[in-house]
Design a protein around this ligand. Structure first.
Ligand code: AMP
Length: 285
């Protein structure tokens, strides 16, 4: 595996591969890699000849300074994991390469209300920073395929919107969420959970499954309220439970009127903020 920290080295590598007409799959991450990330590389390998993984903890997408400073970092272990799955390139850029002074990297899009709900509501500025870094990385890597997880469903939807609106020449692929033995979605943040918080965190996925099993039996409002109660009773501090249209991300009332429906949860387990979601109906068209 090649490890590049400087753009010039990455660029020369990519130029050679482009000349050979190699297809490139790109997997952006913030490091502290787990099996979920590894599965994204494996998916990338199915689509493309070359897999490029980036590790960059983007300061611009953290609205909470503590969250940024507490974000786990483990570059050596990460590189080892990527080696074992035969990732071709690990790109670990420094801030100056991503945000060179004088270069305007901000992205402006018409997202309707997609970036104002759920994560957008509770983490103001998060998506602006996320789209900015994804756009910048796409400009640098210029991949044919971009592999991102369903785990961050709203992020995925917004990146798809950006690709559509800016006509970016890349195909976005959704990777399924990898889970621990009890259903908890794998996340770099899980390693910061205490033993007690780790054990109650499984209730997040259980609540999603419960919503799925009752979709047509109760009102969406009742299902959301019930899940909020279950999460609280377990000792979690939920921020939201929302049953939304999978395309617009807006709350729905009549499931029968929507083709694609997703339930999303964000909850604090002690000091750790966790998110998860489940597709209740349909799929990405
Ligand atoms: P992160 O490092 O948390 O920014 O995540 C990098 C990519 O990995 C994003 O596209 C995430 O959606 C994806 N991802 C995170 N957790 C999982 C998981 N448990 N299963 C599959 N993909 C994941």
């Amino acid at each position: 595996m090649h490890l590049f920290t400087h753009l010039t080295n990455l660029k020369s590598f990519l130029e050679i591969n482009n000349r050979l007409d190699h297809k490139i799959a790109f997997i952006p991450t913030m490091g502290a890699l787990h099996q979920g990330h590894v599965s994204l590389i494996e998916i990338g390998k199915k689509y493309a000849d070359v897999t490029v993984c980036s590790i960059y903890v983007n300061p611009n997408q953290f609205n909470n300074k503590n969250d940024l400073s507490n974000y786990p970092r483990s570059l050596e272990k990460d590189a080892f994991k990527l080696e074992t799955v035969h990732c071709d390139v690990l790109f670990v850029p420094v801030d100056e390469e991503i945000y060179p002074p004088g270069l305007d990297t901000e992205v402006s899009l018409n997202l309707g209300k997609m970036d104002l709900v759920m994560e957008g509501h509770f983490r103001p500025g998060h998506f602006k920073g996320m789209l900015q870094v994804v756009k910048r990385l796409l400009d640098l890597v210029n991949p044919h395929y971009l592999i991102m997880g369903q785990k961050d469903f709203q992020q995925f939807s917004l990146v798809q919107q950006m690709i559509n609106q800016l006509h970016l020449p890349v195909k976005l692929i959704m990777a399924p969420t990898l889970r621990d033995f009890d259903g908890l979605a794998l996340s770099s943040r899980n390693q910061r959970l205490t033993i007690k918080d780790r054990s109650i965190s499984q209730v997040i996925y259980q609540s999603l499954l419960e919503i799925k099993s009752k979709l047509n039996l109760s009102s969406t409002e009742a299902l959301e309220a019930e899940a909020m109660e279950t999460l609280k009773l377990a000792g979690l501090k939920p921020e939201y439970v929302e049953i939304v249209d999978g395309y617009t991300l807006q709350k729905i009332v009549h499931p029968e009127k929507h083709e694609f429906i997703v339930a999303c949860i964000a909850a604090w387990a002690g000091e750790v903020r966790l998110i998860d979601n489940i597709i209740l109906k349909g799929n990405l068209a």
